[in-house]
Design a protein around this ligand. Structure first.
Ligand code: PMP
Length: 328
C-alpha cells in the first residue's frame, strides 16, 4: 500500500521539535531552547488539531450531521483549520471574523469555499461590541443570539468546546514528552482559548509534576486603541491575568501554569526576526512571543542546561501583509 495518506485528517499532528541552535548561539544562551513547529500541520497552524477534533467528536456524538453548516467565531487560524476540514468532508462553512485581521486569512477561507462574515455586519455582535468592546466571550454570546432561529447549523465554539484542550492532552503533550525522551523541563505557550496550554500542561504535569508550565499574554499597549490606531497585535492571544473574570475562556485551566509573562508585539517581532535570520524558519507573531519568554527563562542562572520547549502556533507566511517581516 506504500505510504499514501487518504485525507488531510491523516496529516494533522506529529509536528517536529527543533533545537534553535543558531538562535541559542547568537543570544549566548546556556539552556536548550526548542521550538515545537506547529506550522507543519496541513494548514500551517496548531488549530488544525482542534478543528479536526471538534468536528470528529461532534460527528460521533451526532451533534453534527451531513448537510449542516459549521459556524465559528475566530481571529483566523481556527477558521482556516475548520474551513479546510469542512471542505474535505463536504460540510458548508461560515466564519464570523474580526474586521481587522490580515487579508490572507479571508483569502484562505474563501479558497476553501467558506463564507466570511465580518463581526461588524452582525447587528447583535455590533451592539455587543458597542457595549462591551471587542470582548470575545460577549461576542460569542451575541452570535448565539443572532443564529438562534437558524436550522441545520453547528457552532464549533472553541473557547468552550472541551475537544480543544482534550486533543492537546491526547496528542501535542505526548509528542513533546516522547520527542524529548521525557526530558522537557519547561514548557512555554501563549493563551488564546487556553486549549493548548491547558492540554499540554496537564499532560506534561501528569508525567512529571516538576515540569514548569509558563503562560504568555500580550501587554496592554499591544492592542489597538484610539491612542494607538496603528498598533499591530499578537493575533490570537488574549490577556488572562489582571482582567475581569468574564474575560477568561472556559478552556483555560488556571491551575496549570506556574508562571506567566507579558510580551509586547515589538518584542515578539524582534525574537521572530532573529530566529528567521539564525535558524532559517519563519514563524508567526505569537511564536515570537513564546520565544521571547523562552529566552528570558534561558538567561536565568537556575535554568542553565535545561530543556525549554516553546510552542510555535503558526507560520510567518500568514503575516506578510503586516510589519512582522517588512524589509528594514
Ligand atoms: N497563537 C495563534 C496564532 C493563535 O491563532 C492562537 C489561537 N487563538 C493562539 C496562539 C493561542 O492558542 P490557544 O487558543 O490554544 O490558547
Amino acid at each position: 500500500m506504500g505510504n499514501i495518506n487518504q485525507s488531510i485528517a491523516e496529516l494533522v499532528g506529529r509536528t517536529p521539535l527543533l533545537q534553535l541552535n543558531g538562535y541559542i548561539r547568537s543570544q549566548k544562551l546556556e539552556a536548550e531552547v526548542i521550538g515545537k513547529l506547529e506550522y507543519f500541520n496541513p494548514n500551517q497552524s496548531v488549530k488544525d488539531r482542534i478543528a479536526l477534533a471538534m468536528i470528529e467528536e461532534a460527528e460521533e456524538s451526532g451533534e453534527l450531521k451531513k448537510g449542516d453548516t459549521i459556524i465559528e467565531l475566530t481571529s483566523g487560524n481556527t477558521g482556516i483549520g475548520l474551513a479546510a476540514i469542512a471542505a474535505s468532508k463536504g460540510y458548508p462553512f461560515r466564519i464570523y471574523i474580526q474586521d481587522q485581521v490580515s487579508k490572507e486569512r479571508f483569502q484562505v477561507i474563501h479558497a476553501f469555499g467558506g463564507e466570511t462574515v465580518k463581526l461588524s455586519e452582525v447587528p447583535e455582535i455590533a451592539e455587543s461590541m458597542e457595549k462591551y468592546g471587542p470582548d470575545f466571550i460577549e461576542c460569542v454570546k451575541a452570535l448565539e443570539r443572532a443564529v438562534k432561529d437558524e436550522k441545520n447549523i453547528w457552532f464549533a465554539d472553541q473557547s468552550r468546546n472541551t475537544a480543544n484542550p482534550n486533543i492537546h492532552f491526547k496528542t501535542t503533550g505526548p509528542e513533546i514528552w516522547q520527542d524529548t525522551d521525557g526530558g522537557v523541563d519547561i514548557f512555554v505557550g501563549c493563551v488564546g482559548t487556553g486549549g493548548t496550554l491547558s492540554g499540554v500542561g496537564n499532560y506534561l504535569k501528569s508525567k512529571n509534576p516538576d515540569i514548569k508550565i509558563v503562560a504568555v499574554q500580550p501587554t496592554e499597549d499591544s492592542f489597538q486603541s484610539p491612542e494607538r490606531p496603528e498598533q499591530e497585535e499578537i493575533t490570537g492571544v488574549h490577556p488572562f491575568e489582571n482582567v475581569e473574570e468574564r474575560f477568561i475562556p472556559a478552556n483555560l485551566d488556571r491551575k496549570v501554569y506556574d508562571e506567566w509573562y507579558e510580551v509586547h508585539t515589538d518584542q515578539a517581532y524582534e525574537a521572530a526576526r532573529e530566529l528567521a535570520r539564525k535558524d532559517g524558519i519563519l514563524v508567526g507573531v505569537s511564536s515570537g512571543a513564546a520565544l521571547y519568554v523562552a529566552t528570558l527563562l534561558a538567561k536565568k542562572p537556575e535554568n542553565k542546561g535545561k530543556k525549554i520547549v516553546a510552542l510555535f502556533p503558526d507560520t510567518g507566511l500568514r503575516y506578510l501583509s503586516t510589519h512582522l517581516y517588512e524589509a528594514e
